[in-house]
Design a protein around this ligand. Structure first.
Ligand code: PHE
Length: 338
């Protein structure tokens, strides 16, 4: 009778020894000590043991059960602690290792400069308006005093979508949209992308402009000069000299090309200013009465100035960049410098 118990003991010891994992040990616990486990069944069947053998049998059974139970317990805690060690070793955090670097992006240089420019004008009370990049022939040309056969259209290498629609060649059409929408006084800047079929070191087919204009009862050329002076001194520094050169645009009269003293050589002459000491920075003028007429404003009552500048050009001068194409190449070695 007890021989069977000893063979169960031997078999159980053998199985524990060969278990090899925490999972296998837990499995053996159920097998031997669980509700329907080997020892539980044996205890249940004690009553079928002849009365005179029962105490001895029970004692041995109990002894063996306790022995296996203790054995399983030590094995279980051993597997548990070595598992813990393994987890600690493979998953522990070494707080002395430097953190991993997450690169952070930043704004494109032209966006930075544009934001800076908009800040200056909004601080002077200008509001920001935007127009569409696809414009009708009327708003891009006709309403700006450039009829179909006007030679000034040749100055702007236009991308035509069809006979009537173009990719806007400048932001000046926003002047017309704004005048049709609001009555004076107007103080507006209109930034946006414009398109011209042209490409070299100083031209790209898509670039950004900012249009600015002011319309009211008594706006004069000195208002234009004052506003541009505040703006240019803010961007290029208070020592920058500014000069107006007579020019021509169909939508302004008189018109001017505005230059600043060369930001690279400070006026002494270099290859950026082609040894003149001056660099051209924007086009401007007094809004042509004909434009007011076409937009439905009374040209006898209102006067106004307008100017248009290239954001890439300002950014190039501000940072000493010599090739406009760099702005579109997305070369990180270039972009990371700003
Ligand atoms: N629209 C002109 C250009 O793109 C610039 C300009 C704007 C000139 C407003 C005068 C007044 O060349």
């Amino acid at each position: 009778m007890t021989r069977e118990l000893y063979s169960i003991k031997n078999h159980a010891e053998d199985e524990v020894k060969k278990a090899g994992s925490l999972q296998a040990i837990q499995h053996l616990k159920v097998k031997y000590l669980g509700k329907k486990g080997v020892f539980t069944e044996k205890i249940k069947s004690l009553k079928s043991i002849p009365q005179e053998e029962r105490p001895e049998y029970g004692r041995i059974l109990n002894e063996i059960k306790n022995h296996i139970e203790a054995l399983l317990k030590t094995e279980e805690s051993q597997y548990k602690s070595s598992e813990m060690e393994r987890v600690l070793q493979t998953q522990s955090i070494d707080v002395t290792i430097p953190g991993s670097y997450v690169p952070i992006g930043h704004l494109h240089p032209t966006t930075k400069v544009l934001n800076e420019i908009i800040d200056i004008f909004t601080s002077l009370g200008f509001q920001v308006e935007e127009g569409a990049e696809i414009e009708s022939d009327y708003y891009n040309f006709e309403a700006l005093n450039m009829p179909k056969d006007h030679p000034a259209r040749d100055m702007q290498d236009t991308f035509y979508i069809n006979d009537d629609l173009v990719l806007r060649t400048h932001t000046s059409p926003v002047q017309i949209h704004v005048m049709e929408k609001y009555t004076p006084p107007l103080r507006v800047v209109a930034p946006g992308k414009v398109y011209r079929c042209d490409a070299d070191v100083s031209h790209i087919p898509m670039f950004q402009q900012l249009e600015g204009f002011m319309v009211d009862d008594h706006i004069s050329m000195s208002d234009l000069k004052g506003v541009l002076e505040v703006f240019l001194h803010n961007v290029f520094g208070p020592m920058t000299s500014i000069r107006f050169r007579p020019s021509f645009f169909p939508f302004t009269e008189p018109s001017a090309e505005v230059d600043i003293s060369c930001v690279i050589c400070k006026g002494s002459g270099c290859n950026v200013c082609k040894n003149t000491g001056w660099v051209e920075i924007l086009g401007a003028g007094m809004i042509n009465p004909r434009v007011f007429e076409l937009a439905g404003y009374d040209p006898d009552r209102y006067t106004g100035f307008a100017f248009g500048l290239g954001i890439e050009r300002i950014t190039m001068l501000k940072y000493g960049i010599n090739d406009i194409r760099l702005f579109l190449e997305n070369d990180k070695r270039f972009l990371e410098q700003f």
